[in-house]
Ligand binder design. Structure first.
Ligand code: CP
Length: 298
C-alpha cells in the first residue's frame, strides 16, 4: 500500500499479512526489516503512544525520525498545513505520520500531495485511527485467534471515538462473531454499519471474550458539562465485580490513555485479564509491519 488512511482501504488478506508480519517480528521469527528514508511526525493533538511507537518503530528500522512540534512551528505564524507539508517534502521527508482534529485531513493531504510521499493517519477527529485498530486485532489474535467465534464488547464514549469507528470497520471486515457497543445514550454511535448498541453493561459484556474500554472524550463533547461523570462511573466503570458477567477467560483492552476510577477500576487495569500494556508492546511491532508494507505504487 502507498498510504495508511483508513480501514476501508484494507482487505482481509492485507490485515492478516500485517498481523502475521508483526507477530513474526515480535516472536523473533524474522529480523526487523530495514528501510531507508526520513519520517516526520506531525501531531496537532496530544499523543504519547502513537507518536512514540511510530517513532520507535521507524528508528528500529533504520529510518531517520523527526518530530515537528506544532506549538513552535511556523504554522503559529500563519503557514497552512498544506504549505508545512510541502516544505517538509521539499527537504526530503517522505513519510508523514499525521494526527489532526479535522476528519479526513490525512486523506485530503494524500489526495493532493501523495504522489511522492507516504501518509499515515495517526487519528483524524472522531473518524478513524486505523493503526490502533490493527494493533488491537493483533493483540486479540494472540489470545483468541478465531475472530469469527468471539464476542467483542466496546464500552465507553463510542460517539466521539475514532478507535471505536475503526474497530467497527475492522470487526466487519474480519467477520467478528458478535460486536456490541455499550454506552449511555449520549455516547451511542450516530450510525453503526456493524454490531448492536445497548445501554446495559451487564447485558453488553455478558459472555464477552474481549472487552475494549474507551475513555470519555470530554474534548470532543459539544456540552461537556452536561455529562454526569459520577453517574458514568457508577454505571459503567469496569470492576472485578462486574467483570464476572463476561467469560472466565475474557481479555480486557484499552487503546489508552486510561482514566483510572472512571472507565476502569485499578483492580481491572492491573489485573490478570488486562492486556493494556500488551497492546502498547504490540504497537511497535504493528507499526514496523505497517511501515515495511508501504510501497511507491498503490
Ligand atoms: N491510543 C492512542 O492513540 O494513544 P495516544 O493518544 O497516546 O497516541
Amino acid at each position: 500500500m502507498k498510504h495508511l488512511l483508513d480501514i476501508e482501504q484494507l482487505t482481509q488478506e492485507m490485515v492478516r499479512e500485517l498481523i502475521n508480519k508483526a507477530l513474526s517480528i515480535k516472536n523473533n521469527q524474522e529480523p526487523i526489516p530495514q528501510k531507508a528514508g526520513e519520517l516526520v511526525t506531525l501531531f496537532y493533538e496530544n499523543s504519547t503512544r502513537t507518536r512514540m511507537s511510530f517513532s520507535l518503530a521507524a528508528t528500529r528500522m533504520g529510518m531517520t525520525v523527526m518530530n515537528l512540534d506544532n506549538r513552535f512551528s511556523s504554522e503559529q505564524k500563519g503557514e497552512s498545513i498544506d504549505d508545512t507539508l510541502l516544505t517538509l517534502a521539499a527537504m526530503g521527508f517522505e513519510y508523514f505520520v499525521i494526527r489532526h482534529s479535522t476528519e479526513g485531513m490525512p486523506a485530503a493531504l494524500a489526495a493532493k500531495y501523495g504522489t511522492n510521499i507516504h501518509i499515515l493517519n495517526a487519528g483524524d477527529g472522531k473518524r478513524g485511527h486505523p493503526s490502533q485498530a490493527l494493533i488491537d486485532f493483533m493483540t486479540i489474535s494472540e489470545f483468541k485467534p478465531d475472530f469469527t467465534k468471539i464476542k467483542i464488547a466496546i464500552v465507553g464514549d463510542i460517539l466521539h471515538s475514532r478507535v471505536a469507528n475503526s474497530l467497527m470497520q475492522l470487526s466487519e471486515l474480519m467477520n467478528v462473531g458478535e460486536l456490541v457497543f455499550v454506552a449511555p445514550k449520549p455516547c451511542w454511535p450516530e450510525a453503526n454499519s456493524f454490531g448492536r448498541v445497548t445501554s446495559s453493561l451487564k447485558e453488553g459484556i455478558g459472555d464477552a471474550d474481549v472487552i475494549i474500554l474507551l475513555r470519555i472524550q470530554h474534548e470532543r463533547m459539544q456540552k461537556p458539562n452536561h455529562f454526569d461523570i459520577e453517574d458514568y462511573y457508577n454505571q459503567y466503570m469496569l470492576t472485578n465485580k462486574n467483570l464476572a458477567y463476561a467469560k472466565k477467560d475474557v481479555i480486557v483492552m484499552h487503546p489508552g490513555p486510561i482514566n483510572r476510577g472512571i472507565e476502569i477500576a485499578n483492580d481491572v487495569a492491573d489485573g490478570a485479564h488486562s492486556k493494556i500494556l500488551k497492546q502498547v508492546e504490540n504497537s511497535v511491532f504493528m507499526r514496523i509491519a505497517i511501515l515495511s508494507s508501504l510501497k511507491q505504487s498503490a
